[in-house]
Write a protein that binds this ligand. Structure first.
Ligand code: AQP
Length: 338
């Protein structure tokens, strides 16, 4: 799979910036579990340093970090098979983040669409961290010399930037210290959209809770959100081409396909010609059946925060054991006394 001599290693992370959404699950965590179970070395992180690029209540941040750890495990990540840890507990991320900020060009950062989307018209009032975030993300990946990065579609540009940063570092210092990591963007729902607006991605931080399905929502809430999801008056088409210019219809079909591990064309073969009044309750039932066991396992794990902290400490030590020697090589290459 890898284009270099580096050992295959998977790294990815999620911000503990609120409730995990169905978008995070289908776009990222479901893939994390599949990669873990394929036998590749996998490292998954709760990226709290990224979360604080926008204001986080300090008490809530700790809870959200533990909840994300519980969600990872409830979704099928096994701390014995993957390294699961919290970013700020491994100092290599921040240290390498600074070094890579000095390699990253401003022109590259100015092209990052996620900053533009998140900052909107308020760019002047945003933190420097939100702007610099992709250089820290490059450090997250490269601190482990990771070769593969499973992400949703919205993060593709940041993984491509990571490749540019890695290549420039290798070139500037005349050594092959970093692999050029590949984004892994697969499945029927790589970009799950808001249930209220098919042009916006489903997001933890969307002010409207009705725009998203949270992994902790109960069956009634999930069913109600899907029932009220914005759609159009037409019936479902029989072929994927019929979803063109119908973003809300496409979104619900993509979600169904991803949850049932089938393809969009198979879903449309089954439901083509049906109205949303028929399709939505079937989708709601599928979502509830899929998510209910995850949310009850999360609740069980959250009853023992001491055990979650123990697992995270253990994960941080294992992550540090990989990242610290790589950081030492980086510092040496840059000319720092190590
Ligand atoms: N709507 C989505 N569809 C598919 N994948 C998604 N991801 C996020 N939203 C969707 C993927 O989830 C992983 C973790 O994302 P993140 O929490 O680090 O940051 P984000 O992309 O900014 O996610 P949110 O939910 O929108 O968080 P907030 O609201 O805090 O900014 C990534 O792999 C991402 O692609």
């Amino acid at each position: 799979m890898s284009e270099t001599n580096f050992k295959e290693r998977v790294f990815s992370g999620i911000q503990p910036s609120g409730n995990l959404t169905l978008g995070n699950y289908l776009g990222a965590v479901k893939r994390f579990v599949e990669m873990q179970n394929s036998g590749i070395e996998t490292i998954y992180c709760m990226v709290d340093l990224h979360a604080i690029t926008v204001w986080q209540d300090p008490i809530a941040l700790k809870t959200q970090t533990r909840e994300l750890a519980a969600a990872y495990i409830a979704c099928g990540l096994d701390p014995n098979k993957s390294i699961l840890f919290n970013q700020s507990q491994v100092s290599a991320h921040a240290e390498l983040g600074w070094i890579l900020s000095c390699v990253t060009r401003l022109g590259w950062m100015n092209r990052m669409t996620q900053f533009k989307d998140k900052a909107g018209k308020n760019a002047e009032k945003m933190s420097l961290g939100l702007y610099a975030y992709p250089a820290l993300m490059a450090a997250d990946i490269l601190a482990y010399q990771a070769t593969h990065v499973p992400v949703g579609e919205d993060q593709k540009q940041h993984v491509e930037l990571t490749r540019d940063i890695a290549a420039k570092f290798n070139h500037d210092y005349g050594l092959e210290l970093f692999p050029l990591p590949e984004p892994i963007i697969e499945g029927a729902a790589t970009r799950v959209m808001s249930l209220r607006d098919g042009s916006k991605k489903m997001s933890k931080s969307d002010p409207s809770d009705k725009s998203r399905i949270n992994m902790t929502d109960n069956a009634d809430t999930i069913a109600s959100k899907i029932r009220k999801a914005k759609t159009d008056p037409d019936s479902l088409p029989s072929e994927p081409k019929g979803l063109e210019n119908r973003p809300e219809a496409r979104n619900l079909v993509n979600i169904y396909a991803a949850l049932s591990d089938s393809s969009v064309s198979d879903v449309l073969k089954e439901f083509g010609g049906q109205q949303f009044g028929t399709f939505k309750p079937i989708l709601a039932e599928l979502a509830v059946n899929h998510l209910a066991p995850i949310s009850s396992e999360m609740a069980r794990l959250m009853d023992d925060p001491v055990e979650i902290d123990r697992l995270l400490n253990d994960g941080a030590m294992r992550a540090d054991a990989i990242a610290a020697p790589i950081l030492k090589k980086v510092k040496n290459a840059v000319g720092m006394i190590v």
